[in-house]
Design a protein around this ligand. Structure first.
Ligand code: HAM
Length: 421
């Protein structure tokens, strides 16, 4: 036998028995975003590498060690997108969409060469949303309220909203100097990673997973204490708005995010039910990015959700697909019945557009076909043999809820199924 080829580590098939839950969740999300007036945008999966370097930041984990970058046949440096914001910003600038405020969303695979573990993959799916041209804090509030509605309508429980502000670039750079000086005073306590970050990206030290640094980080000065008046008012107004709408949150001064483009509001929805990879949705404001990528100064905010994690959470809460996958499975015996059966199936599909009907193909004994009908999960088996054909009827046998097989005239089958489903 030829050697089997396997999927790439950290990249998974989503199998037929899982896709229905994915579809339900995605349809729900599309529905909610549509109801808030957001439109879909679709960007390429591959972009020039420089786009990600200039937006996510040269000294972030993503750009330093996680990108799938390669040279194409022209020698151009390209990268499989590790996230959607950069491409979305490129697209709105390039297509002249910044003439008015825009509310956009997108969905698709993202690629990061991280160490795979539960909830962390090298190809994963995001649904993301980006708003351009609105300075907030009202839109910050709307975006967060939208996410809260997503969870509420999906019936997801146990998610905590964490909120922080990263101020303006000036506020952050003053704070950064103060933080570096505080950390230098405790240099001997820092681990190797933090010592390296002290030079490159000191705010990320606040996000350390090393428990030995817990006390040091907890006592560090926070940016929240150093905000200027406007940033403070922006953040307070957002908090007051969330209070007024009854959306609980926890202010986490150490929430810094792993991408460099953020300013002011940042947030994450986190659960403790998925182990180490508990952030299911994350985002924030990035008022400088459009200009940084060559567009005119445009405030912006957005977030992205990790769909594998949300599906895992739904499964963990016992959401399965409890709807029967098929309404009916058509069993036919003999060449004449097979022909009539395929035609009957088309007639039923014409009259009942919602009907989920599978016509058996490939022949086989009545018993073998019936077994397949049963395994298919369909609610009814429709049976057409030579005898039924002569009498102008179909046998109808309920497969789930018990009950006797009965004969229904072919002319009455539509009405019967309509009432039964
Ligand atoms: P991010 O925090 O890098 O932000 O990713 C957003 C979400 O994608 C995470 O919270 C997580 O649920 C999911 N995710 C990230 N990496 C992985 C992975 N390796 N495996 C599975 N799921 C993952 C962004 O991507 C920003 N573009 C969000 C944003 C939009 N900010 C403003 N607008």
């Amino acid at each position: 036998m030829a050697k089997k080829i396997q999927a790439i580590r950290g990249m998974h098939d989503i199998l037929p028995e899982q896709t229905r839950l994915w579809q339900l969740m995605e349809a729900h999300m599309r529905g909610v975003m549509g109801r808030y007036g957001y439109s879909e945008i679709r960007m390429p999966i591959v972009e020039v590498t420089e786009l990600f370097k200039r937006s996510i930041g040269e000294v972030t984990d993503i750009v330093e060690k996680e990108m799938y970058s390669f040279e194409d046949r022209n020698g151009d440096g390209l990268t499989l997108r590790p996230e959607g914001t950069a491409g979305c910003v490129r697209a709105v600038i390039e297509n002249g969409l910044l003439d008015q405020p825009r509310r956009l969303w997108y969905q698709g695979p993202m690629f990061r060469h991280e160490r795979p573990q539960k909830g962390r993959y090298r190809q994963f799916q995001q649904i993301g949303l980006e708003v351009f041209g609105l300075a907030g804090p009202d839109i910050d509030q709307e975006v967060i309220l939208l996410t809260a509605r997503l969870w509420q309508e999906l019936g997801l429980e146990g998610l905590e909203l964490q909120l922080n502000t990263l101020g303006t670039p000036e506020e952050r750079s003053h704070y950064r100097a103060e933080l570096v000086s505080y950390l230098r005073d405790h240099f001997e306590q820092l681990d190797g990673e933090s010592r390296r970050r002290l030079e490159t990206n000191p705010l990320r030290i606040l996000d350390t997973k090393n428990p030995a640094l817990g006390g040091l980080v907890a006592d560090a000065p926070t940016l929240l204490q150093r905000l200027g008046g406007e940033s403070r008012a922006h953040f307070d107004s957002l908090c007051a708005g969330l209070d007024a709408c009854g959306v609980p949150y926890r202010i986490n001064p150490r929430l810094v995010r792993g991408l460099d483009y953020y300013s002011r509001t940042v947030f994450e929805w986190v659960t403790d039910r998925l182990g180490a990879q508990g952030t299911v949705c994350a985002g924030g404001r990035y008022d400088g990015l459009v200009q940084q990528l060559g567009g005119r100064t445009t405030p912006a905010i957005g977030f992205a959700m990790g769909l594998e994690r949300l599906v895992a959470l739904l499964e963990e809460q016992g959401f399965g697909d409890d709807r029967a996958p098929l309404d009916a499975y058509l069993v036919t015996l003999g060449a004449a019945a097979r022909q009539r059966g395929l035609k009957l199936a088309e007639e039923l599909r014409d009259k009942l557009p919602q009907l989920r009907l599978l016509s058996h193909c490939g022949g086989g004994s009545f018993k073998a076909q019936f077994k397949k009908a049963d395994r298919s999960g369909a609610r009814f088996a429709l049976i057409l043999g030579e005898g039924e054909l002569e009498r102008g009827v179909a046998g109808v046998k309920p497969l789930r809820e018990g009950g006797e097989q009965q004969e229904i005239a072919l002319d009455d089958l539509t009405v019967f199924l309509k009432n039964a489903l």
